[in-house]
Design a protein around this ligand. Structure first.
Ligand code: HC1
Ligand code: SF4
Ligand code: SF4
Length: 568
């Protein structure tokens, strides 16, 4: 252990601990912009400068390791003047329209300016006008709000290995951009939104669809149906001061009713349906030996990645649609008929932890009779915005239940939100269908946890099935390169683009880190444990649906509505 003092407070830390982390242990928040706990340290912004006794220059707290006997001061005059100077320089190059910024009230720069009393910039504006980028359904980039911390660039590179974003220009003209300043759509970007989650200010944000959804709610002719993804219920509470990982499913349902949705359903019901179709597809592929290994296809960031980076391997993707799209397809066909509703007057909204889902609903294959199956996707962050707009005291809301028939789901569906969850859910059903025996212990732990790539062999009846699970596209790349080189013996692969799976999605609350994701993962497995049915094919409402409408997994009507294809 290393002993040091920060602001005269003694502390002992492990070797390698940085000053910023040591200060956090003492509950001192040294200001920082370019530092992110899950990223490589760059020490670009220097706003974390501190004074260390015996040193002639200020040191960056994010990158300087503590040493024995070190004496640090975070609040001297020279430190404060330096921090204020840096803020003044940033403001000189920053559009001052905080009031209308999507991150107003949740912006690190705004908080720091208020904290350091930089209320009136004293340096003339030097920034040059740079056009916004946003001609795509998911992501808006406003370089004039950028603080040049580089966190988006590192997220794209270190998590996804895509490197769409980079710095260009010099001096006061330095800015973040894409190759040839292209629109995201025309680059290798997969619209995962991890850059927006990493951005400390309003320079990278999701396309806002809240007004479009409210317009539908206000329209008396529309029946507005909402579904909520597995990973929203364990993240939403963050923004309302609840402990990280709080399971807020029933408060969320109440809030959605208060916002004005006519029916509040569960994407998890769609996830059960995805599993029955996908397990059936897997068994067919195993039996025929064709297009093996099969890969999951519910993550649109991953599907975009395959289409843009591995178009020669598209055949491996399962044709089963994502839970969100399956849900909406059933809503606008069978459910509409059951309830005597004209599909034209149904408006379907999906609350997702994801930004790529906004793109997924615009794919031409995801529409019927010229109408999209899902009309709008709101991220968890946008739902938070709606809850705040209505003025709901979320933490103290009474609890309520989803509507039925599409509000009942199994534990297998709940775990979709964590990396390995789709695989585990699929194995529960595949096992029982292939062997005809009951699976006694449904918890398949080799696919759980945050290892980048998890591999396992599972014996099902007389077959040995080789599986692999990857999260983040950096890890997916390793699997896909092996597959392309003919070096892998897998039968079934799961990929989720975001760290930890959807629970770490690009549309989750600001402040999402791997430490937070761990709590979310624990909650997701807790939900599974506490759910009555834990295998998708046991969902009683699903059994009814097959009986009344879909006939059996893989039937002609199931293929027409619940399966899709991909394009290079
Ligand atoms: Fe996901 Fe999925 S798990 S993709 O991560 O298959 O977004 O949560 O809704 O569709 O169910 C996201 C989460 C989500 C789908 C499901
Ligand atoms: Fe990179 Fe994802 Fe951002 Fe696209 S959305 S620039 S792939 S981090
Ligand atoms: Fe979206 Fe989930 Fe895929 Fe991330 S992992 S891109 S949140 S579907």
């Amino acid at each position: 252990l290393i002993n040091l003092k920060i602001n005269n407070m003694p502390i002992s830390v492990k070797k390698g601990t940085k000053i910023l982390q040591a200060a956090q242990m003492l509950h001192i928040d040294i200001p920082h912009l370019c530092y992110h706990p899950d990223q490589r340290i760059k020490a670009r912004c220097r706003i974390c400068s501190v004074e260390v006794v015996g040193q002639r220059r200020l040191l960056a707290a994010c990158s300087t390791e503590c040493w024995e006997g070190m004496e640090v001061f975070t609040d001297t005059k020279v430190v404060r003047d330096t921090q204020r100077g840096i803020l003044q320089l940033i403001m000189a190059d920053h559009e001052e329209n905080c009031l209308t910024c999507p991150r107003n009230g949740n912006c690190v720069l705004q908080q720091l300016c208020s904290r350091f009393n930089v209320l009136r910039p004293n340096i003339p504006h030097v920034g040059q006008h740079i056009e916004k980028r946003g001609a795509n359904p998911s992501l808006v980039h406003d370089p004039e709000k950028c603080v040049k911390c580089g966190r988006c660039i590192r997220a794209c590179k270190e998590i996804q290995g895509i490197e769409v974003l980079g710095f260009a220009g010099r001096s006061t003209n330095i800015h973040v951009t894409t190759p040839f300043d292209a629109e995201f759509d025309n680059t290798k970007c997969v619209l995962c939104g991890q850059c927006s989650l990493a951005c400390p200010v309003g320079a990278l944000v999701e396309k806002d669809d809240t007004d479009r959804v409210l317009d539908a709610i206000f329209d008396p002719n529309k029946t507005v149906i909402v579904q909520t993804a597995p990973s929203v219920r364990i993240a939403l509470g963050d923004e309302f001061g609840m402990p990280k990982g709080s399971i807020v499913t029933k408060k969320m349902v109440t809030a959605l009713r208060m916002i004005g949705f006519d029916k509040v359903f569960d994407t998890n019901y769609g996830a059960d349906l995805t599993i029955t179709e996908e397990a059936n597809e897997l068994i067919e592929r195993i039996k025929s030996g064709k297009k093996m290994p099969m890969a999951t296809s519910c993550c649109p960031g991953w599907v975009n990645y395959m289409e843009k980076h591995y178009p020669d391997l598209l055949d491996h993707l399962s044709t089963t649609k994502s839970p969100m799209q399956i849900f909406s397809a059933i809503t606008k066909t069978h459910y509409a008929k059951q309830e005597n509703l004209d599909p034209k007057n149904i408006f379907t909204v999906a609350i997702m932890p994801c930004i790529a889902k906004k793109y997924e609903i615009t794919r031409p294959e995801m529409a019927h009779d010229g109408r999209p199956d899902t009309d709008a996707v709101l991220t968890t962050r946008e739902l938070i915005k709606l809850i705040k707009y209505i003025g709901i005291d979320f933490e103290n809301l009474p609890e309520s239940e989803f509507d039925n028939p599409m509000g009942t789901a199994t534990g297998a569906a709940a775990i979709f939100g964590a990396t390995g969850g789709v695989m585990e859910a699929a194995l529960r059903t595949t096992y029982e269908w292939l062997t005809g025996e009951e699976m006694k212990n449904v918890e398949y732990t080799p696919v759980r946890g945050f290892d980048g790539i998890k591999e396992a062999q599972i014996n099902i009846g007389d077959k040995t099935i080789n599986i692999a699970v990857a999260h983040t596209l950096n890890n997916a790349k390793i699997l896909m390169d092996k597959l392309r080189a003919g070096e892998c013996k897998y039968d079934f692969i799961e990929v989720m683009a975001c760290p930890g799976g959807c629970l770490g999605g690009g549309g989750q609350p600001i402040g999402t880190t791997m430490e937070v994701n761990k709590k979310r993962m624990e909650s997701i497995y807790q939900i599974d444990k506490n759910t009555k049915y834990r295998k998708s094919h046991e969902n009683p409402y699903l059994k009814q649906l097959y009986k009344d409408f879909l006939e059996k997994p893989g039937s002609e009507i199931a293929h027409k509505l619940l399966h899709t294809h991909y394009q290079a």
